[in-house]
Design a protein around this ligand. Sequence first.
Ligand code: NAD
Length: 348
Amino acid sequence: MFKQMESAGLQDLHFWQDPATGLQAIIAIHDTFRGPAIGGCRFISYSDTAAAVTDAIRLAKGMSYKAALAGLPHGGGKAVLIKPERLYNRDILMQDFGRFVDSLGGRYITAMDSGTQISDMDNIALSTHYVTCTTDMGDPSVSTAQGVFAGIRASVMFKLGIADLQGIHVAIQGLGHVGYAVAELLNNAGARLSVSDIDPAKVTMAEQELGATGISPEQIYDVDADVFCPCGLGAILTPNTIDRLNVSIIAGSANNQLTDDQSGDLLHQRGILYAPDYLINSGGLIFVALQHARHHQQVIHQKVLGIHDALLELYKHAQSENRPTNLIADQRAEAIIHRASLKPHQVA
Ligand code: NAD
């Protein structure tokens, strides 16, 4: 396990179990060089503990990179709550998880992620202050969508030299919390939408409310559009799907869109501009981090809109070195984290 931690650059790994509540949880703290680790908690089933540990470590590292590029005073962390196979009381289990978070004394701040919801955050908040996304704070998806919209504008400006989105054709995969909000913003800006979701009701709603054209989930990669906007699952950019894409730009909210660095190389070779996922989707993290630090809404909004300029700057850097945008993003995040590691710790 130490080898696994070392290769991910992980600082610490914590375990907690309580037979009384059924909680079995892991918190992975990638680093606290720039401030307390922040990141969501997952509540899903795992085949075994090793799979849960691997997930926690991988996700914590991703959060560090995201916080670093977003310029937030945080390291990355992630919690994994293994869904019990036996009967359990969800509220009590979340309150127990809050005690786990609290036991780390502020080294880790938790948030919503796959399988958790606002009511869970409210329960966690009964046991710790180190939690975001409670009812009082609101849904980070709105900020994520605003950041993605700002990122699409920057990408269209850089790649196509067009300052507004009037008539720009965007193919959206996934119309969930983020995807539908992005679709609304794009529609208001005059963009043309092709949309897909595995839930046909969401596609019908977008057709009726936004004048979008519904596309089957299998065919969304084949749409002849300006922008492909993945807002559903991760790992969708494979050699096969990249070959089918007929767009100039990929800019969407989904986490871990590239299956590996080779996929980034392929996009670069094909001349498709790729907005690194953890930069364009950092609006939600910016929202929760600054909400937790009690910043004003206007300050938060401005910081989210800053994703536009951050992407433009990254694109110029990648162009000047003729290298894939995902590699430049990783290189920058690693340099920021490394620089911070050389200074005295700023842990809460
Ligand atoms: P969500 O669960 O609300 O929405 C996902 C949508 O994708 C659902 O409507 C689902 O039916 C659809 N979907 C799933 N598989 C699909 C497929 N094969 N084809 C088409 N549609 C499919 O999730 P969300 O909160 O909107 O997040 C979307 C993505 O953005 C996720 O990858 C998430 O990790 C990432 N993300 C979200 C946030 C946030 O603030 N919510 C922040 C950063 C990153």
